[in-house]
Write a protein that binds this ligand. Structure first.
Ligand SMILES: [Zn+2]
Length: 268
């Protein structure tokens, strides 16, 4: 039986704010039924936070194996929740292999909201763009960005869905980012079902460009903004000034890169 036309139109389009996305800009998937940590699932057993989240500083968390050094190189990295892969690429520079997964979830007020989880410096990526992944599914392995760092996972939770790998175009504070651990702890268990919901994809623009597609106006207002203020954290110490010196020398040789892209590469 052919479904009535209004049904088809309804399924093909997703209204967001004042704009409308076509079917190719949407992947349907179940809501997240909760969030876990991206290493040592579900509770990050065997790992610790080497460096925390600081607004206008380090915009994510660095997770390391308790063994130290490169003992965690190649360890599995897991999707923190059910979601859709909205980025999977090797962006090199200070980032290397990166994956971003977008999650739809029902917030405490009953509304459906979206959040992106980002996984950086990976050794291998096991998922591709628009793959649907499950909570706890391995999506890659822990890396060192070709030996640039001791192996670790750089992990972010983003409320701004247009960020992608274009961080320098956006505010570097709680308007765009969540404190990752606080977000996960506040959302360990969520209401879900087998129902599939539309998840917007293709919301990023190229590195160094402003992601200001008018169709996406209003996406950022769909996210939770309260109750997830970051914990007070001490400013991270300068732990390896020699390595930083070498890195900054390497970067200054990279004169062809535009300054915005370079700014992005310096602080993952
Ligand atoms: Zn980091």
């Amino acid at each position: 039986m052919v479904p009535p036309i209004p049904f088809l139109v309804c399924c093909g389009l997703l209204w967001i704010g004042s704009g409308v996305l076509s079917a190719k800009d949407v992947v349907r998937h179940v809501l997240a039924d909760g969030f876990d940590f991206p290493v040592g699932i579900p509770d990050a057993k065997g790992y610790y936070k080497y460096r925390g989240y600081t607004p206008n500083g380090h915009l994510g968390e660095d997770w390391n194996g308790v063994g130290g050094g490169d003992t965690d190189l190649g360890d599995p990295i897991y999707s923190v929740a059910h979601g859709v892969v909205v980025f999977s690429d090797d962006v090199r520079k200070g980032w290397g292999n990166c994956i971003i997964v977008r999650h739809a979830y029902r917030d405490a007020d009953g509304k459906i909201r979206y959040v992106d989880s980002q996984y950086g410096h990976l050794l291998k990526r096991h998922v591709k763009l628009h793959d649907r992944v499950k909570r706890g599914q391995q999506i890659g392995t822990m890396g060192s960005n070709r030996g640039m760092y001791a192996a670790h996972l750089h992990f972010e939770m983003r409320k701004e869905l247009r960020l992608g790998m274009n961080r320098s175009a956006w505010p570097r504070d709680n308007t765009c980012y969540y404190h990752p651990t606080n977000f996960i702890n506040a959302n360990r268990k969520l209401r879900s079902s087998s129902k599939q919901y539309p998840i917007p994809v293709n919301t990023f623009h190229g590195q160094g460009q402003l992601g200001k597609d008018p169709r996406l106006k209003g996406l950022e207002v769909t996210v939770a903004t309260s109750g997830l203020e970051p914990l007070e954290e001490k400013k991270p110490k300068e732990k390896n000034s020699i390595l930083r010196g070498i890195l900054s020398k390497l970067r200054s040789q990279d004169a062809k890169e535009d300054s915005e892209a370079r700014k992005d590469s310096e602080e993952p």
